[in-house]
Design a protein around this ligand. Structure first.
Ligand code: SF4
Length: 251
């Protein structure tokens, strides 16, 4: 599937997160690694074991790779911490309009991911002069993101594993004897940032496993995270309660 694209574009960037889908993609494309550059985005809050896994894996494959840096802490200081529930009075735009500094500033997590993961990668792809991006995304995944074949701003994005299932990925990696990061023993999560205060988009069960994993292996980061989650919860409650009071009062 990727040969015609490589012929047309010459080289491709493979977005590698250290998660099992992009790991399967790395293995799946290994006959073409001389035409592929792997990119990993370190937001400054990467889980140390994931970052190490990424480096070890890319070194083992001998593929050309770069670690793209972004600064998620800086983004959050400027814009707010990412949240699954966004109480509007606590966002940057409304707090600035009201000239009030909220007790906690929040931002929708999609904006955080866009600015700290996706855009830095795409900028890097352009700086390398590349016009083709390979992702490990599958149609079966929870969130769609960018459809395979999308061309935007001169960059073509393709998802070679589009028709694979989660089981296909697991069986493929197992059949090739490829190890996965240790969190996969407990959950299917690439664990992008330890400071992520938006754990719910994959569902409550996944979020619970993620937090329990952090509590066990990253207690310091866990402690800070829970404090911030508590802040988001408190802010959301204020607005939910106000809405409840209003509805009750007007009957
Ligand atoms: S995973 Fe969370 S903290 Fe990291 S970039 Fe995305 S929203 Fe922000």
């Amino acid at each position: 599937m990727i040969e015609p694209y490589l012929e047309k574009h010459g080289k491709a960037a493979l977005l590698f997160s250290g998660g099992i889908d992009s790991l399967a993609l790395l293995e799946h494309t290994k006959d073409f690694h001389d035409k592929i550059i792997a990119l990993y985005c370190d937001t400054g809050a990467a889980f140390p074991h994931v970052r190490q896994f990424v480096v070890d894996t890319l070194e083992r494959y001998g593929i050309e790779y770069y670690i793209v840096k972004s600064d998620v802490m800086r983004f959050q200081a400027d814009n707010g911490i990412p949240a699954d529930i966004v109480p509007i009075s606590y966002t940057k735009v409304i707090s600035e309009a009201k000239r009030e500094e909220p007790s906690v500033k929040v931002v929708q997590w999609t904006a955080c991911c866009m600015n700290c993961l996706w855009l830095p990668m795409i900028r890097f792809v352009k700086d390398l002069g590349l016009s083709l991006v390979l992702r490990g995304h599958k149609k079966a995944d929870e969130l769609n993101g960018v459809d395979s074949g999308t061309i935007e701003d001169g960059i073509t994005v393709i998802n070679p594993l589009d028709d694979w299932s989660d089981k296909d990925v697991e069986e493929f990696l197992e059949s090739r004897g490829i190890g996965v990061p240790r969190q996969y023993g407990e959950m299917k999560d690439s664990l992008d940032c330890y400071c992520c205060t938006a754990p719910l988009f994959g569902g409550l069960n996944k979020a619970r496993k993620r937090l329990l994993f952090m509590k066990r292996y990253y207690p310091l980061q866990y402690e800070t995270l829970v404090k911030h989650l508590d802040d988001v919860y408190g802010a959301a409650l204020v607005e939910i309660n106000n809405l409840g009071i209003l509805l009750e009062e007007v009957g």
